[in-house]
Write a protein that binds this ligand. Structure first.
Ligand code: MRU
Length: 361
């Protein structure tokens, strides 16, 4: 997608083949800066500190992290240590473990001298597949948006999204935002309500930035406004991404997603979840009971980052000194609240049968 009219991916191999470039998402929307990752440790740190974030992008960064580790030391021991180091960075998004397992499966039977190159090829394949899956999700979601728009000819289609499930969360296109980009490019009169998404404000900073760069009409709202807007007919559909979806269709996503699903259900607003196959955890049925929820630093709750009048990016304290904070980063929306899952293979009911049909064979 475009930044100031230039097409970017969120992650790329540097020309020397021994380093990986990424967009630093901790400074957006105020500063556009890229970073170079030269070791597995740097890749792990970039995931942990959310220089890169979003389930699919975490997976691709992990895959390239294994490549960097194997370039330094292709032994079995180094492979195992790098796998553990990267896998421990963020526990909720299943794409990370999925990508690490995929690269490990490709390289572990090879002689050590061939492993780094095989890891490079596999990481690049995962990245390219991610782009293709995002675009396909966009097409399937566009068909839904066309139907919703056709039901109210001439009216603006108001879509609400939570967190950032756009191209910055993937390699390109995104998941939940891909249908929005497709709809905007197809000429649909679409407008996006963007939840700010406390505590890290991925909506206010990243989703709003992306939509602005693509010229998509949007309005940032506080997280608590969505229910009110739904009650007053201001939301035609909700669409979000996911960090892990169980085989039964329970959806784990950024904290606050569950409350949006409840409000949508109560108001008869369709609630869609967009995801690639790499986000499905076929080993888990009950998302509430079984998905590990990352607890991040309380400081993300007690403090907030923004741009000062002099342009400097600063962090300020919100809460009284001494007040405790608690920061679960994700929640689980039960499948019964999900209208449909939009995948790269098509649209499925959020049920074991629905997913099973799409992914059989
Ligand atoms: O903590 P983050 O910013 O990595 O969380 C991201 C989300 O919750 C996204 O909605 C999810 O990864 C889907 S991204 C296509």
């Amino acid at each position: 997608m475009n930044i100031d009219g230039k097409a970017w991916r969120t992650i790329w191999l540097e020309p020397d083949g021994r380093a990986v470039g990424v967009i630093d998402q901790t400074l957006l929307p105020h500063q556009f800066t890229t970073r170079t990752l030269r070791s597995c440790a740097e890749a792990a740190e970039a995931i942990r500190t959310m220089v890169v974030r979003g389930a699919p992008l975490i997976g691709v960064t992990g895959a390239y992290g294994l490549m960097l580790a194997l370039q330094a030391d292709p032994s079995d021991g180094a492979l195992a240590a790098a796998f553990e180091q990267l896998n421990a960075t963020r526990p909720t998004a299943i794409n990370l473990r999925w990508a690490l397992e995929r690269v490990r499966a490709k390289v572990q039977q090879l002689p050590p001298a061939e492993r780094a190159e095989a890891a490079r090829l596999e990481a690049a394949a995962i990245a390219d597949e991610d782009v293709a899956m995002g675009e396909a999700i966009g097409e399937h979601g566009l068909a839904i948006f066309r139907q919703l728009a056709a039901a109210r000819p001439g009216a603006r289609l108001n879509v609400l999204t939570h967190c950032n499930a756009g191209w910055l969360a993937t390699v390109d296109w995104g998941t939940a935002l891909a249908p929005i980009y497709k709809a905007h490019r197809a000429g649909l009169n679409i407008h996006v309500w963007v939840d700010e998404t406390r505590p890290r404000n991925q909506g206010a900073s990243l989703t709003a930035y992306e939509l602005g760069q693509e010229g998509v009409p949007h309005t940032v709202i506080v997280d608590n406004a969505g229910g009110h807007l739904m009650q007053h007919g201001q939301v035609d559909a909700v669409i979000v991404g996911t960090d892990r979806t169980t085989r039964r269709g329970d959806v784990c996503n950024k904290i606050g997603t569950y409350l949006k699903a409840l409000a949508a259900h109560d108001n008869g607003v369709p609630f869609y979840v967009a995801l690639p196959a790499s986000t499905i955890d076929w080993t888990i049925g009950d998302g509430v009971a079984e998905i590990p929820i990352e607890a991040r630093s309380a400081e993300e709750v007690t403090h907030i980052q923004g741009r000062a009048p002099d342009g400097a990016i600063i962090t300020v304290q919100l809460t009284p000194t001494g007040s405790a904070g608690f920061n679960p980063a994700f929640d689980v929306t039960p499948a019964r609240l999900v209208t449909a899952l939009i995948t790269e293979r098509g649209v499925a009911a959020a049920t074991e049968a629905g997913l099973g049909q799409l992914y059989a064979g």
